[in-house]
Write a protein that binds this ligand. Structure first.
Ligand code: SF4
Ligand code: MG
Length: 308
């Protein structure tokens, strides 16, 4: 399978007046054609920053190192113009907050039509016709009426689906979705997963799903990458992860699920300004040895001395 996205030794550091926040600190992974990779971990582990870095949606005070290859092209070196072409057309970003990501004073239909007009050169009338089809596809009915409504006339779930419709209208090769189930109630989460599955089956994009919602990741992902304190600590296929994860943090994450006993992970998420020495998970790990306290484990499929 071809690798659509390859991230190599990525560093994203926010330089503030008297400190540096190392939000992403040496991350490497890839997403193959047509596969769904779930990037999981607690909030504040650097997942969203990583997603935003791929599309260069970050503020100025950020220092980025490493490579982000999309179809072999390093996005970090691409001029803004070239990037604009890729953003929206070939890589879609589905943002995390449907309440603030839609323009309240514009009809939803026009907002969904815009990427098709801008990136595919489709005229407004044709684009709107396509939007009606998309609304139907995403179960936003009656589509002929909904196309002319404003965001406040939609339910939360509909707004969420409208954002997905907007992101996918140009049939991108890669879709990056940031916490697509955030603020969605339990019954509707299943529906969001079904929606992504449907897109995956029909238009076969690659998916990078950023989420701390493990049951959602389980429904959708082919592979899982686990992020902890700015680093990836385990990458494996989804089945293995949900049945037999190896990294102590992965195990702890799963054991914190209500369906698996609701055992909270002890301790706190570490600081990204002064991360713990050695293995960053050592203050919370039951298996930590002297070596773990001093030497950082190698970056591999499992970043842990138990498996070195
Ligand atoms: Fe635990 Fe040591 Fe593995 Fe870190 S390297 S996860 S502290 S056993
Ligand atoms: Mg986030």
């Amino acid at each position: 399978m071809d690798e659509v996205l390859v991230v190599k030794d990525l560093h994203v550091h926010f330089v503030l007046e008297n400190m540096t926040v190392k939000a992403v600190d040496g991350v490497s992974f890839h997403v193959s054609e047509g596969e769904a990779l779930a990037l999981i971990g607690e909030s504040g582990s650097g997942k969203s920053v990583l997603g935003m870095t791929i599309l260069r949606l970050l503020p100025e005070n950020v220092r980025v190192g490493g490579k982000i290859l999309f179809n072999g092209l390093n996005l970090l070196e691409l001029p803004e113009e070239g990037l604009r072409e890729i953003r929206g057309r070939e890589i879609a970003w589905v943002p995390q907050n449907p309440a603030t990501s839609l323009n309240p004073v514009l009809r939803v239909g026009i907002q969904i039509a815009e990427p098709m007009e801008v990136h595919m050169g489709i005229d407004r009338k044709t684009a709107i016709q396509r939007v009606v089809g998309l609304l139907r596809y995403f179960d936003i009915n009656p589509a002929e009426k909904r196309v002319n409504q404003y965001p406040h006339q939609y339910s939360g779930g509909m707004r969420q689906r409208a954002l997905v419709a907007m992101g996918t209208s140009t049939q991108p090769r890669l879709i990056i979705a940031d916490e697509p189930t955030k603020g969605v109630d339990v019954t509707k989460k299943v529906r969001v997963a079904e929606l992504f599955r449907k897109i995956k089956k029909n238009s076969k994009p690659s998916l990078l799903i950023i989420t701390h919602d493990l049951p959602f990741a389980e429904r959708l992902a082919d592979r899982v990458a686990v992020m902890y304190c700015g680093q990836i600590v385990e990458v494996c296929d989804a089945r293995t992860f949900f049945e037999e994860p190896l990294h102590p943090y992965s195990k702890a994450l799963l054991n914190s699920l209500p369906s698996r006993g609701l055992n909270p992970i002890k301790g706190y998420s570490p600081s990204m300004v002064n991360p713990p020495e050695g293995c960053r998970f050592h203050p919370r790990c039951d298996h930590a040895t002297d070596k773990c306290l001093k030497e950082p484990p190698f970056d591999g499929e499992v970043r842990c001395w138990l498996y070195a």
